[in-house]
Design a protein around this ligand. Structure first.
Ligand code: SAH
Length: 346
C-alpha cells in the first residue's frame, strides 16, 4: 500500500517525545508509544490500548507502522522453521529459526538480495535490491522469538546475521537494529549472543572495532589463497586476503574477541593439502575458531561437497595446530532454509 505518511519507527524516542509536545500533548506520551512500538512490537495504532482513541487517530493520520508480515512459514522435519517475510513495499526476505536441544537461534537477513557475488550462494543470484531498515531487521527477530515461544516453549537465545545479504554493506541499519535488540527498551538480549557474519569487508571490520561493538564476528573465509578465493568470491579481488588479515588483527587488538571462520570444503576447489596449509596459517594470525559448514547444493553441480577424507584432513591439520574446529551439519535443507539456500523460492 503506497502512502506518503512517515514510518513512525524511523523516529528516535527523543523525536517522538518532541512530536507529542508540538501536538500540545505531554512528552511522556512519546515514551508510552515508543514502548508499544518496540518492546510490545505493536502492529497497529489500534493495539495501543492505554493511549486515548483521539491520540491513536492522530497518530494514524500522521504515520504508518511498516511492520513486516510473515507471509509463509515452513517447518522442516528437523524442527527448523523458515519465514518468508513480506516488507511494506512488497519485497520478500527470509529468516530462519534453528532449534537445538539447548538453544534457539534466529538467522536473520540484512538486505533484500545481496551486494556480493559469491558463486556458491543462492542469495547472490538475486542481486541487491535494497537494504533493510532497522525495524525490518528487528521485526524478523521478534517474529522468531514469538515462534520459539510458541513451538519450543522458550524465548530465542541467539541471533546470527547469516540470512540474506551482507550485513557490513548495510552497517548503520544493522547496528541500529542490534542496539534495539540489546536495549532494555527492546528485547534486552545480550550482545554476546549475537554474531554478525561477513564475507570480509576490511574497512568495515575496522570500523566495527573502532565502534567497540560488543557482538561476535564471523568471517566466511572458504579459502586462504587469493587466486582460489577470487574464483569463488570475486569481490576478493577488491578486498584481498592481505587487507582482510590486517583488519582482523586490528579487530582482535581492539576487542580481544576471537573470530569465527566459516568454511566450506568443495571437491576440486579447496580440498588439497596446499589449501589446508594456507588455512592453518591464516588461522594463526588471530585467535579464532573454525566452523566447517556442509555445502548445500544450489545448482547444476558446479560446486560439490568434498569427500569425507578431505574434511578429515582439514580437521586433523587444524586440531594438530590446536585450532578449535566444529563441523556444522545442515539444518532445514528440505525447506531450502540451510546456509546459502535463501532465495525466495516460494
Ligand atoms: N554475507 C554474509 C552473511 C551471509 S552468511 C557472509 O557471507 O558471511 C551465509 C553463510 O553461508 C556464509 O558463511 C556463506 O559463505 C555460506 N554459504 C553460502 N552459500 C552456501 C551454500 N550453498 N552452502 C553452504 N554454505 C553457504
Amino acid at each position: 500500500m503506497a502512502t506518503d505518511k512517515k514510518d513512525i519507527r524511523a523516529l528516535t524516542k527523543e523525536q517522538l517525545r518532541d512530536f507529542f509536545v508540538t501536538q500540545g500533548d505531554k512528552a511522556f506520551r512519546g515514551n508510552q508509544v515508543y514502548e508499544w512500538l518496540w518492546q510490545k512490537s505493536a502492529h497497529t495504532f489500534e493495539d495501543m490500548t492505554n493511549v486515548s482513541k483521539e491520540t491513536r487517530q492522530m497518530l494514524e493520520d500522521n504515520f504508518v507502522i511498516n511492520h513486516i508480515q510473515v507471509d509463509t512459514m515452513q517447518r522442516s522435519s528437523d524442527g527448523t522453521v523458515k519465514n518468508a517475510v513480506r516488507l511494506h513495499d512488497g519485497l520478500i526476505v527470509e529468516s530462519v529459526l534453528i532449534p537445538t536441544k539447548t538453544r534457539t537461534t534466529a538467522c536473520v537477513s540484512s538486505q533484500v538480495g545481496c551486494s556480493l557475488d559469491c558463486r556458491f550462494c543462492a542469495t547472490a543470484r538475486l542481486k541487491r535490491m535494497r537494504n533493510l531498515n532497522p525495524d525490518e531487521i528487528y521485526d524478523q527477530v521478534v517474529a522468531i522469538d514469538n515462534e520459539s515461544k510458541l513451538y519450543f516453549n522458550r524465548p530465542l537465545s541467539n541471533i546470527v546475521f547469516m540470512g540474506m545479504g551482507e550485513p557490513l554493506m548495510n552497517y548503520n541499519n544493522v547496528i541500529k537494529a542490534i542496539d534495539k535488540i540489546t536495549s532494555s527498551e527492546g528485547l534486552g538480549m545480550s550482545p554476546k549472543r549475537i554474531t554478525v557474519s561477513t564475507s570480509g569487508v576490511p574497512k568495515m571490520i575496522k570500523k566495527m572495532a573502532d565502534d567497540e561493538v560488543k557482538f561476535n564476528l564471523a568471517v566466511s573465509l572458504h579459502s586462504a589463497i587469493d587466486e582460489v578465493r577470487t574464483t569463488i568470491m570475486p569481490f576478493n579481488e577488491t578486498f584481498p586476503l592481505k587487507d582482510l588479515k590486517e583488519s582482523l588483527e586490528y579487530w582482535y587488538a581492539k576487542t580481544k574477541r576471537k573470530i569465527s571462520y566459516e568454511y566450506v570444503v568443495w571437491k576440486g576447489i579447496n580440498d588439497t593439502q596446499k589449501d589446508i596449509d594456507a588455512f592453518v596459517k591464516f588461522c594463526k594470525y588471530v585467535p579464532c575458531k573454525v566452523n566447517i559448514i556442509e555445502y548445500n547444493p544450489i545448482d547444476d553441480g558446479e560446486f560439490q561437497q568434498a569427500t569425507n577424507e578431505a574434511l578429515e584432513n582439514y580437521i586433523a591439520s587444524l586440531e594438530k595446530n590446536r585450532i578449535v574446529v566444529n563441523v556444522r551439519r545442515s539444518r532445514g535443507k528440505d525447506i531450502d532454509a540451510a546456509c546459502g539456500q535463501l532465495a525466495n523460492k516460494s
